[in-house]
Design a protein around this ligand. Sequence first.
Ligand code: MRU
Length: 353
Amino acid sequence: MSHPDQENTSLLRTVEWKNNKVVMIDQTKLPNELVFVEFDDYHQVANAIQTLVVRGAPAIGVSGAMGLALAGLQSKGDTTEELIEDLEKARKILYETRPTAVNLGWGLDKIMKIANQGSSVDQIKKSIIEEAKKMAEDDIKINKEMGKNGSVLFDNNDTIMTHCNAGSLATVGYGTALGVIRATKESGKTIKVIATETRPVQQGSRLTAFELKHDGFDVSLIPDTAVGYSMANKLVNKVVVGADRIVRTGHVFNKIGTYQVALIAKQHGIPFYVAAPLSTFDMKTDANDVIIEMRKGSEVTSIGNKKTAPDNIGVINPAFDMTPPELISGIITEKGVAKPPYEESIKKLFEAN
Ligand code: MRU
């Protein structure tokens, strides 16, 4: 365990494969403590995803993949068929932890594809570990590419608003939306950042404010209810957020509250950008068929251990919402920036890939 004041957070590894274990930062302890937890059982990884020890679409994609690699090591199967059977069981448990972020299924499918191409039990176990580790390395490279592609959209002296946490802690490292903010600063521009608190789980105040303040950014925190005020009073020049699933029509699913931020930005003529890797695009599912995760009411009725609502009150707690393409100025990816109309520009991104 080490105190948060020791490392540049863009270098922090949110999840890592070490000595045949999965090591991750326990994000429920942030910003007060930087605690690393390690797992040798894929059920522990599944639980970590469900309880938000690790969260953020790319981070849970890689965590799921590493969970499957653990399941390979845990399997007692003597034949490739028995091993694949054990992996399929683990895949189902990991996949059912959270429904909205497409990266989880993407990560699990990549590992299963490698496993099904395997020639022997040992070869499969080794190759899926290597694939999971490669996915972690690729994630950082992709975020840096995305950062560069997005940084040109932001100007010197811009104040940039972001919602939730799409930073190092939501990926393996560097971040998507926060990667664009980092790259903008690294390109020599002077910028300020406004981070929304992002109730009920406070990924904005606990994680984004922590990352950016720690890395020396000029960052301010606002309650989610101050987005309108901030934009109406010209405190914001542009917005950039992450995504959990983007469908081929350009509809973007991201942390609850993103839709409201986009609506108010539109009202005030403020450019609203989304940053996400191609692994976050779902070219098959229609926007109306995307499952929005509903989380437990206690996330809303209490803050930490303090009850903030009467007992037995009904709670509606969707973890994500949908922002329609007409509210989005551009989608920043590692392969370039897609602009409206998105059905064409997204298709082109994949054709170029
Ligand atoms: O519930 P969470 O914390 O997993 O939600 C995370 C988000 O909505 C992020 O904005 C998104 O996953 C993008 S992460 C690069």
